[in-house]
Design a protein around this ligand. Structure first.
Ligand SMILES: Cc1ncc(COP(=O)(O)O)c(C=O)c1O
Length: 360
């Protein structure tokens, strides 16, 4: 006999990327930033690590919301902070979708959307992206309570235009969540749509562009009525004192974030071109990773395992449409050169094995 609700019993749960215990891997599997956070952030966290930790934090993270609003040119009332954007995704699904309600998202995309729908005993509706990762004509599901679009998308790295997102928001029921975890690496974003649409929620995170995945800080931007309602659903103290100090300092140091984003975009270009020269298909990326399709009979899984045995960790998804691909996070230029060296060796060994087989 199980003590769990039937839907929990049935679901498999979300599987995060590997976090190896030892530090000997070149870690290009979970879209972390290869550069350290700003020293101003580290100092702010040290300063906040004082006797006041015995006190609960501000339940609505006021100083963080004021700083976020200032940087984005909006009002603090339109901001909600969360324990990473995953926390906000969970708050959103719990706020708007109940048992039997439809939760829509494109496929392949961030797998957590499906898990969150299943937790609510909702109906997860995965709608396939087209071959080129645009949204299909039938993407809008009437009656859906929540629709997610990761933009730019993970794991493809591709993007849907803000005009299209705006059209979808006007034509659909329910709320539209534009998950902009990678927006700082992209050419466009949907922030301005919050003004126009009362059903849009934009999500951002400090995990990627600000090098703060370990702090767990995300934020949501939406019209006041949505934010007010979601405040009832969040945990009382969902952002701790150290995270509040970190986000204020991080957003104050735009220069450091932008310098790291610039370096990552340069390396993204270098990696993309090098992989294409080696015969891989690389989707055009607006993020800090690339989705690489293996061609000419190269097995993505074998390549993943070979790289892992050489201490280079990339992401392999044993899923439809992705099982011939690897998702590779943009590391430092040095890390990327080690990855490319290993890939070259893999391909050369494969060629020479083929040649030997022909000569037998
Ligand atoms: C599309 C997308 N949304 C949200 C997240 C979660 O971000 P956070 O670290 O803020 O929870 C990720 C993490 O990889 C992501 O890829």
């Amino acid at each position: 006999m199980s003590y769990f609700r039937t839907n929990i019993e049935r679901m498999s749960g979300y599987t995060p990327g590997e976090q190896p215990k030892d530090g000997i891997y070149i870690k290009l599997n979970t879209n972390e930033n290869p550069y350290p956070p700003s020293s101003k952030v580290l100092n702010a966290i040290k300063d906040a690590a004082n006797e006041n930790l015995r006190l609960y934090p501000d339940p609505v993270a006021t100083s963080a919301r004021i700083k976020i609003a200032e940087i984005l040119g909006t009002k603090p009332e339109r901001i909600m902070a969360g324990n990473g954007s995953d926390d906000l995704l969970s708050i959103i699904v719990r706020s708007f979708a109940g048992q039997g309600d439809k939760v829509v998202f494109p496929y392949p995309s961030y797998m957590l959307y499906k898990t969150l729908a299943e937790l609510q005993d909702g109906v997860a509706c995965a709608i396939d992206f087209t071959e080129t990762y645009s949204l299909p004509k039938d993407f809008i599901v009437q009656g859906a309570k929540v629709t997610f679009i990761a933009n730019p998308n993970s794991p493809s790295g591709t993007m849907v235009s803000s005009q299209e997102i705006s059209r979808i928001a006007s034509e659909m029921d329910g709320v539209l969540v534009v998950d902009e975890a990678y927006a700082d690496f992209a050419d466009d974003n949907c922030l301005s749509l919050v003004e126009k649409h009362d059903n849009i929620l934009i999500l951002r995170t400090l995990s990627k562009s600000y090098s703060l995945a370990g702090i767990r800080l995300g934020f949501c931007i939406a019209q006041e009525s949505l934010i007010q309602g979601m405040m009832k659903v969040k945990d009382s103290y969902n952002v701790d004192r150290l995270s509040i100090a970190a986000v204020v300092a991080a957003l104050d140091d735009q220069k450091s974030m932008k310098a790291n984003v610039g370096r990552i975009k340069d390396t993204r270009h270098y990696l993309t071109e090098s992989l294409r020269d080696m015969g891989f298909f690389v989707y055009p990326s607006q993020t800090n990773f690339v989705l690489v399709q293996c061609m000419n009979g190269v097995s993505a899984h074998t390549l993943y395992q070979t790289l892992k045995s050489r201490k280079v960790l990339v992401r392999y998804f044993n899923l439809r449409r992705l099982d011939d691909c690897l998702r590779i996070t943009i590391g430092t230029r040095e890390e990327v050169d080690i990855l490319l060296k290993n890939l070259k060796e893999f391909i050369e060994t494969r060629h020479s094995k083929k040649r030997d087989a022909c000569c037998l």
